[in-house]
Design a binder for this molecule. Structure first.
Ligand code: UDX
Length: 462
């Protein structure tokens, strides 16, 4: 089995040979068309391109990336045949299932076309949830590599733990770290969704993971040590942790929404570490009453806040028209509401002292990298797992138990003002340092990338 090592120094000749091979190496990347998946895939593409690979990105029509933002890549759009009702349903599981039904034929045709026009394909790298790509890679004799954009621990949750019986499951979670994740509760959430689509996704995704040549994860070794060692017992392929991708490819422009830079000039006027940044990611939604509770909770906390309300995020509203009377007057200049923010820039801003998040994996990693403590309100899927990591394992945040104004006000104060927040902030800064260390020359991520590029080169030669 392939081993990743740090010993990457080669003779000048070997180095030149590798560089020459990589220059001629062509990678095809298959994207899942959701913001939290497209961003890390484009970041990975950018890093691999900088290492000498040429890149073709194949993507469904839904949420097509803008090719003019990435002139260095070739983009190929494939028909996804998603219907209006599927799109308006906003059922992510259903969409993932459908994409894996409709994309295989055009994806295969696209790959055959690339191969027929004598282009070499060194590897097919696909989002784990576009698992149909692995079967096509196997059929065409291409090395298939999967990119997991969530925590590595999810590799246990969906394909493994959901299928174990109670006794086996309990025997798997003896370690304190895994116990602190409350995986039982998460497994319960999963098994409450026995929809045909979910069952099929679990089986097919697991099969793809087991056939892939390598599993790349946008994570860092030290964040998930115990879970990673367990994951390695279940999958034959090497697990390659290459996070934080956004720090390695900071210039990638991947937003599906327009970023409102005015919030940066507003942040410039705020005191250091005083602002709570509130964003629920690209998919979560709330109802009107919840919007009202959040508004009063923020107002009553007396902390300055930057609040992202995506158009359509409030069910039944266009944007913020259901904000309560008197809210704007009570908040004045202390609050700033935008439709979409330049999040990584916001989190790195000196004025930001806390991040109220839905705990999507990208947001979690981005917050860790800036040492920003978190207030967690997960909505679905892996967001619950990430919350358990943040609050119970890394202890860099507090969980918001419900969206009631008094509770919101109290929890914001606990994080931002009370003594309790001091230890949390200190741990968040420690984690930031560890994350930065992954990126130095001998750090785990740098080693992983060297291993990954070598792995691709040797796989494509055989
Ligand atoms: C989805 C799922 O919700 C999540 O659980 C899974 O881990 C990935 O896919 P999403 O809702 O998109 O994630 O959240 P997240 O993973 O945090 O990604 C959101 C991305 O949008 C982040 O990279 C963040 O920087 C960016 N963002 C968000 C902005 O740039 N501006 C904003 O205003 C809000």
């Amino acid at each position: 089995m392939f081993q990743i090592t740090c010993h990457t120094r080669t003779s000048k000749e070997t180095g030149k040979k590798m560089e020459k091979q990589q220059k001629s190496s062509h990678l095809v990347l298959v994207m899942l068309p959701f913001q939290g998946h497209m961003t890390p895939m484009l970041q990975l593409a950018s890093i691999l391109h900088s290492k000498g690979f040429s890149i073709t990105i194949v993507h469904p029509e839904l949420n097509s990336p803008n090719p003019s933002n990435h002139p260095e890549f070739t983009f190929v759009s494939i028909p996804d045949k998603l219907t209006e009702s599927q799109l308006s349903d906003k059922n992510v599981t259903g969409l993932v299932w459908s994409l894996n039904k409709t994309c295989p034929v055009p994806l295969r045709q696209c790959l055959e076309k690339i191969l027929h026009s004598h282009h070499h394909i060194a590897a097919l790298i696909y989002d784990t949830q576009m698992y149909c790509a692995q079967t096509i890679a196997d059929d065409l004799g291409l090395p298939g590599i999967t990119l997991r954009t969530s925590a590595a621990t999810t590799l246990l949750l969906y394909p493994v733990f959901s299928q174990l019986d109670e006794e086996d499951f309990m025997s798997e979670i003896k370690s304190p770290e895994l116990q602190a994740l409350h995986l039982q509760r998460l497994r319960g959430l999963l098994s409450q969704n026995p929809a045909k689509e979910m069952m099929e996704i679990r089986v097919e995704l697991t099969n793809a993971l087991k056939s892939s040549l390598a599993i790349i994860v946008n994570s860092m070794e030290f964040l998930e040590l115990e879970a990673l060692s367990k994951v390695k017992q279940y999958f034959p392929a090497p697990i390659i942790t290459i996070g934080p991708l956004h720090k390695l490819a900071p210039a990638i422009c991947s937003s599906l929404f327009t970023e409102e830079d005015k919030c940066i000039s507003w942040l410039n006027k705020q005191a250091p570490k005083s602002v709570i940044y509130v964003s629920l990611g690209s998919m979560a939604s709330i109802d009107r009453q919840e919007l009202i509770e959040i508004a009063w909770g923020l107002s009553n906390s007396k902390q300055p806040f930057l609040w992202v309300v995506r158009p359509g995020m409030v069910r039944g509203s266009e944007w913020i028209e259901s904000l309560p009377n008197g809210f704007e007057e009570s908040v004045g200049e202390r609050g700033c509401i935008v439709k979409w923010a330049p999040q990584t820039e916001v989190l790195a801003h000196a004025a930001v002292g806390g991040f109220w998040s839905h705990c999507g994996w990208n947001s979690t990693i981005e917050s860790i990298c800036e040492g920003v403590p978190m207030l967690c309100k997960p909505f679905f899927g892996d967001q619950h797992l990430n919350t358990s990591y943040i609050c119970n394992v890394w202890k860099i945040g507090l969980e918001l138990q419900n969206l009631e104004r008094g509770n919101i006000e109290r929890t914001i104060k606990r994080l931002m003002v009370d003594m309790e927040g001091n230890d949390i902030r200190k741990r968040a800064m420690d984690l930031k340092e560890k994350a930065a260390f992954c990126l130095v020359e001998e750090g785990s991520t740098s080693c992983s990338f060297n291993g990954l590029t070598k792995h691709i080169s040797s796989a494509s030669e055989t």
